[in-house]
Design a protein around this ligand. Sequence first.
Ligand code: CLF
Ligand code: SF4
Length: 522
Amino acid sequence: MASQIIALSSIATPNNGVDLDEIMQQKAEHQGCGTSGGSGKASCGTGAGQGDLAPEIWEKVKNHPCYSEEAHHHYARMHVAVAPACNIQCNYCNRKYDCANESRPGVVSEKLTPEQAAKKVLAVASTIPQMTVLGIAGPGDPLANPEKTFKTFELISKTAPDIKLCLSTNGLALPDHVDTIAGFNVDHVTITINMVDADVGAQIYPWIYYQNKRYKGREAAQILTDRQMQGLEMLTERGILCKVNSVMIPGINDHHLVEVNRAVKSRGAFLHNIMPLISAPEHGTVFGLNGQRGPTAQELKGLQDSCEGEMNMMRHCRQCRADAVGLLGEDRSAEFTTEAVMAMDVEYDLESRKAYQSLVEQERQATVDAKRAELETLAGEQSDVKILIAVATKGSGRVNEHFGHATEFQIYEASASGAKFVGHRRVDLYCQGGYGEEEALETTIIRAINDCTAVFVAKIGGCPKASLEAAGIDAVDRYAFEYIEQSVIAYYRDYLDNIRSGAIVHGQRGDAEIRQGAYIAA
Ligand code: CLF
Ligand code: SF4
């Protein structure tokens, strides 16, 4: 395995923070949790693995970082911002910014022509060989800009046929374009559906523009929901995997989203992604200005849990920008400005990409095997104790980020069933060029992971460790560079042992804050 990893990193130097040589070196030096346990069967939801899905579905999702939680540790996506116009108005959107249905308000994209977009895709694919998906998600609505969207798909399907094409839409124009979408072999379409009741919809959408006419209020919302349901049915009839994004807006559609979940499930949606409303006065949106709050971490998780039945729930969405590039938890768009891309000599080497990806697959399989083995150590465990664990990672499914360098923490729920990814929390950087930013620690990091029992890091200094422990959060570096899920299970097993021996007393943690405001790429 070590020699394969060396080969992997020599094929390309993807600056994705996943330096596998470094990992193996550090792992050799740092004997952490070792290897116990293992899960075998992947968890339900988007953690679903090869054994949980029909082979033809697995083929479609296995390398898609949004449709497979497991894949998102290893594979990247990119967006090209070719679609500026929109045909509806959402109360959480300010048109100065990107489409808030698949991006955070607060950051402006560079808009591209289809030709510029095609060159950018080749440039990114050559630099980041684990980039497997090209999505068009704005900055307006892709299907309100059908010529630009489909021209982009046409160019990319000719020059980079191994890249999956993906689309995200509000659904109003969707029924008119399903055949074209199918014609480009698009396997993945996201529809943002926030309601199936026009009275709820009227509180979210002030107007839509449909068939050359502007509609308002309840009438607008009724047309929108009818078109969304029609589009969803048409896509699923053609075997296209549909993800539904829903923005959770407390007091407006939070309880109603359970009904939305039922409605989209009955029409064949594959995945439901319930996202928190991001709303702040500085965004200039209706909801931002009228003080509409977003959900807390517990409210979001509670709704996601209540919708998780036979339908897969996505919990790893990063609400990314319309020009996002990289793994879901990172943003490398700043490396690929139009000016930089146009100046690049791009050589698209399909064979190198395949070789790199086959080695990524081996690393991925190793994470699954390690989890399976560790889970066996929990066989027969009956405890109903559940704890949350925050993890600092920069990819590859390992605990491989220093506490001070983390801009997000991945959150895992540990229980007698094993380890399950349940979300992520964006935070301010603690480390500010040689010193720790105490304000960031108090105001964002501890609040963001306040519901967690422990935080796993590759390394942490004495001061932040003491502050975390004063807040009741165990700062753990003994799993540095080990696999995340294996480590979560190992920690949980030790945690139960400590409860039973009386060394610790298990208590419920409090709620946590979901970070508001824009994330600016480093
Ligand atoms: Fe982009 Fe969306 Fe395709 Fe993914 S994003 S168009 S399905 S390739 Fe993914 Fe980003 Fe969440 Fe979207 S994390 S906002 S769900
Ligand atoms: Fe904004 Fe997207 Fe809604 Fe259009 S669909 S108004 S771009 S959030």
